[in-house]
Design a binder for this molecule. Sequence first.
Ligand SMILES: Nc1nc2c(ncn2[C@@H]2O[C@H](COP(=O)(O)OP(=O)(O)OP(=O)(O)O)[C@@H](O)[C@H]2O)c(=O)[nH]1
Ligand SMILES: [Mg+2]
Length: 325
Amino acid sequence: MSKCSGCGVVLQDENQEMLGFTRNMERGLCERCFRLRHYGEYKSVSLDNVDYEKIIKRIHPDNLVLYVTDILSLDLSFLDTFSKVLLVITKRDIMPKSLVDAKIRSYFLKKYDNLVDVCIVSSLRNYQMDLLYKEILTYFDGKKVYLVGDTNSGKSTLINQFIHNYLESDTLVTTSMYPSTTLNEVEIDFSDFTLVDTPGLLHKGSLMNILDSAELKRISPKKEIRPKSCQVEGHGSILIGSYVRMDYEVKEKSSFIVYVSNEVNVRFCNYEKNTYFDYPTYCYSVCLGEDIVIPGLGFIKFRGEFKITLHLISGVEARVRESFI
Ligand SMILES: Nc1nc2c(ncn2[C@@H]2O[C@H](COP(=O)(O)OP(=O)(O)OP(=O)(O)O)[C@@H](O)[C@H]2O)c(=O)[nH]1
Ligand SMILES: [Mg+2]
């Protein structure tokens, strides 16, 4: 039984419609990975979190887990499933340089007991990859090291950067900006340990599950985000692209900052007359030190006590979290 070296799916050459199809078993790469790599064509899959959970259950409590989360969504909802975790916050390059990594690191170390450490990295910029490699050497116990986390958090890109830095091999795993690129476990042997890439956890409430590829491209930040700071008083509304309308109400002069891709337009709109955003609404009370996260898109950081009504496309679920910056 041979597996695709890109996504881990079991290869077959009989049914073109089924996962794992390849025209050439010798090549070791499925058609889906081949077309994604060479033509940027994406074939969606109906993977669900059952597959994710099956893999998670196989992880032994002694195994070191690299919990990979991207700095924009930063979702740690499954962190407490594991006993020995090295938290890896990826895509550092898309956040302002002025953020202090050491503060973020100590914030998470204080907050969670199961963390052996926190590394803030950028695989695409090869930032802090040597440090991460050393941390793995320090904390792994001779067994496999698993990379787990949300889909699109950058697990496979991290592995590829490790392959580039520390192996003389040109066999890379498949990466893409689309959800569910990796379909099964893929093991890569480094001289000191074996890294296991895994399929990402799918978030029911993420904008990523809803948008087409052109829109996905727009909302995925490629460069350092320029946060949009909004000074406000009383009540009003803003539009974030065509994805979110946020109505706010605040007693005193205050502000909030929107962190989304630079290609997504953030603008004020008419509070009373804005009728064209006929999406379901959700109400929140937020205060200084809290963020509202819109999974797949970004987050809004508040600098005062606000009453917020979000108008969100059906299927998108926002959440409030303590701010880490
Ligand atoms: N800017 C930036 N983008 C990154 C970085 N790492 C990954 N990405 C991008 O994030 C997207 C997802 O990367 P993948 O490595 O495929 O993510 P994954 O976690 O393996 O996703 P699944 O296989 O679906 O679970 C791709 O478009 C990558 O180019 C990074 O350090 N910086
Ligand atoms: Mg992957």
